[in-house]
Design a protein around this ligand. Sequence first.
Ligand code: DQQ
Length: 518
Amino acid sequence: MIWCNTTGPLFHKGWYHLFYQYNQESAVWGNITWGHAVSKDLIHWFHLPYAMVPDQWYDVNGVWTGSATILPDGQIIMLYTGDTTDAVQVQCLAYPANLSDPLLIDWVKSPSNPVLFPPPGIGSKDFRDPTTAWLSPGGDKWRITIGSKVNKTGISMVYETSDFIKYDLLDGYLHQVAGTGMWECIDFYPVSLTDSNGLDTSVNGAGVKHVMKASMDDDRHDYYAIGTYDPIGNKWTPDNPELDVGIGLRYDYGIFYASKTFYDHDKQRRILWGWISESDAEGLDLIKGWACVQSIPRTVVYDQKTGTDLLQWPVEELESLRGDSVEADVKLGPGSIVPVAIDSASQLDVEVSFELDQGAVEAAPEAGAGYDCTTSGGAANRGVLGPFGILVLADDNLTESTPIYFYVAKGPNGKTESHFCADELRSSQAPDVVKTVYGSSVPVVDGEKFTIRSLVDHSIVESFAQGGRRVITSRVYPTKAINGAARVFLFNNATGASVTASLKIWKMGSADIRQFPL
Ligand code: DQQ
């Protein structure tokens, strides 16, 4: 079986609902059905019967990605893409058969389906993944956006509706970016500039900006940009055109795709889920019989310190899985590797902060300008002011390890630029594993230490730098650094500076996942 992207997440009557693209027949993509799981706390999960299967002419080739909208009267509208008998992408409407059922077990596909066909000028295979709807300016209609492309320009089309059955295509595009190709799984939502809570999808006005995210089919990464939404002109404008959708910031610099947020009105937060695929060979997935996982749910807020980023952070419920902990304060001279006194380190929550010796930073010559994690050759390559960080999923002899680290470069103007990277190059001795060095530059605001939080779960490492300003998810497949043999180290591979590390690690319990019936 394969678990692909999150679709239509929502909160209803005390339960979080996760739907996902699912192939029950094989560990490769195909036969896409909506899997369905529910949880009261995002930690204890129950698998329910499939919510929707490909059984109609308009979705027989797959019940693809969709989004939920909760109307003011409590009705739930589920819009999704169906792939028809002729492989045309159409939009379809579904709703729960019984709203009073907290588990929303039965779903009804509307007799009016499909409710939208590709409009003139749009390819029949380039029309998918409707968003959650938001209220039109008059408050009496709803809008959704759907991704597509025209030639190589990625576009976001907007439809307006009052009943979710008949739609008008609005003039122009909400946004477009040349050269970015097909936009999948668009997400469009407001963030508060001043508050730490999330916002429901229809909120707009003073103190609010809008995030546009699109999943780039060409490079399989989720890109976002922050900007301003003008509902009258039906236009969204990025704050910084150089950081536009598809060419600027990513949610995650590792493996993370086709993500989706929803507003959790119970806890007033916006939660993001992403699809983490495998980086070993497809043949191995077929042998093990499954592929892909969902990310730990993350809250998303605007980064008030930089004004240019989002902050993603694991939901607080995750902390209920924390068990025994270890703390350490360590000074790491240049070229040092220090083991942390923890064994069986295959399920961890790691929080660590680093202070770089300020005198050394000032004394350092120009070094590392133009550094790029992805072409750097990884943590083994030493510079004056980095790399320094942690090694997770390491064995005692360091035959396998995955460094999560910072690298500080100093430019000709004396200014430093920080980078946050994850290096899979020595993560596994297994053959047929793609090993990458991931990462990006990361703003480190005056007065901030360098901080990492890493969630380690056997083959998954989700790492958050600077409170979630940058995130990197890795899939690694250690053969030695497993279960009881997995260790953690602190390291400083800089040649010209000491680093003081302050660390706390919790061993983590497992999420509880059970089959229906409850
Ligand atoms: N996968 C879904 C589509 C979506 C794509 C089909 C994302 O709806 O565009 O399984 O990878």
